[in-house]
Design a protein. Sequence first.
Length: 186
Amino acid sequence: MDDAAIVELYLARDENAILCTAEKYGERLRGIALRIVNDAPGAEECENDAYLSAWNLIPPHEPRDYLFAFLGRIVRHIAIDRCRKQQAEKRSAAVCGLTAELEQCLPAADDVEGEVNAKALAQAINGFLSGCTADQRKIFVRRYWYCDSIEQISRLYGFSQSKVKTTLFRLRGALKEELRKEGFSV
């Protein structure tokens, strides 16, 4: 079933929408959550929470052309929130290392100004990534969106781990410089 048809089921408040979503995207959503929370039952819970959130967010949203991206964003936020809760309870989480990597090149959004600039920041990052090579984009997105390990990325694309690490290091530096040029204080 295509995404537009699944969204129509959500809009019609048909519970089969969740079943169709789980059938089409369940494994991928669970994979995103698993790489963040590093716990299979926790990832499954994040996936289920994402279905509930999608049920509540469609309508008013109608992501006919970008359903997986819509769901992926939901499951990532749920998994990261779960991870933050675990960290607050003094448990370790895989995403903490990734957050530390990007902290050095992204401005904080703790204040009102940071919230207002969030959209501009997203556009600046997208612009930066559009100027990168296809390999650089793939590595960056796999690391910071899908939370893949260096080893997973190197296996997936046939690169050495050294190349992946070096590429990520250089991309973070270039992103930091680009954001400074765009007027963000890093």
